[in-house]
Design a protein around this ligand. Sequence first.
Ligand code: ADP
Ligand code: MG
Length: 387
Amino acid sequence: MTAILPGATIGILGGGQLGRMTAMAARSLGYRIQVMDPDPSCPARFVVDACFEGGWDDARVAADLARGCDVVTLEIEQVSIACLEAAAKYAPVRPGAGPMRIIQDRILQKKWLAEHGAPLGAWRAAESEAELVEAVAALGSKVFVKSARGGYDGRSQVKIGFGTQVPKSGPGAPEAWKLLGERPCVAEKALDLDKEISVMVARAPNGETKSFPSALNHHENQILEWSVIPSSVPADLEAHAQRVAEEIAAGLEIEGLLAVEMFVTKSGELLVNELAPRPHNSYHASDLACVTSQFEQAVRAVCDLPLGDVSVVQPAAIANLLGEVWLGENSEMREPRFDRALAISGVSLHLYEKHKPRKSRKMGHLAAVGKTPDEAVKRVMTAKELL
Ligand code: ADP
Ligand code: MG
């Protein structure tokens, strides 16, 4: 038997909201948890046994964390390979350095996906300004330029060709190259999206794999605004998305979770957007929607326990609460009216205990169940408006 049983200690590299909610699920299962994060008052801080202060490339602290753990996992893909390797001297690290090296670099990730036959939109890698100029010219009038490393929630991205003024406004390729810090990046043709979905796959070290029904995700300004499970896409598209996601998780030999973000274009194509080897914002509703939440599944997968049932028991949606909700019209602090939102039947609140609200910062989320996915979304958005 290789399972790491309750009572053991799980280490998490990263103590943001994903680490916090994973820790809470792990606690329910009877594990102890310690995290590493650059911020000693990170969201996980309040629910774990110990918090080690260390940056994403602080291999010494990662080793200190791992020394007291039976297994180590992560909640952010920016953790350096040196950290993962240092931790791996003391405890199994899941997912390991192999898949992380590929996923944490958008260029390597896209190359890997292309080589393994995953469906992708048109893209080019650029390692210099000249290469970016050429790539953008080849990709058409509207292009997303994304740093190879380090972005999230649309940060470290520049959109080209979206300006509304005639004849021309907004950055071109040379400006994008400078705005992104003159570092390697990928350029992607802007796709005409019908919808965005994601599939969360869990894969245990023994190879057992289970993927959740897909989530439907709505973004505003490149940040997830709401998400609902199930997605209600047609059965053939669902089967295709499941197959694509499971093949990627198997090919990468993921141990733990892998979220596969996908685009459905207006012409009906299913394309992979990007990968995240950890719990994902678009599966927060799994907590209410599915027999097993993504956080419990993460714990089961990294501890090599049997994976939980991923069936949907009721539709559920979440709406993210960004710092703006706390900031009034002139950026003065206001207290959101949680009492009003919680008065709606079926609505629940999750706050991450981040103390400083900032624009675009994810501070928490509202969740709601519904008889249908549509009803769940309407409910959660109504609750959010009441804040
Ligand atoms: P992040 O790491 O910030 O999540 P993504 O690559 O997922 O970065 O981009 C964020 C969002 O921006 C996507 O979910 C989608 O809404 C939009 N987006 C990104 N790339 C494209 C594209 N090539 N075409 C159309 N929309 C895109
Ligand atoms: Mg994304």
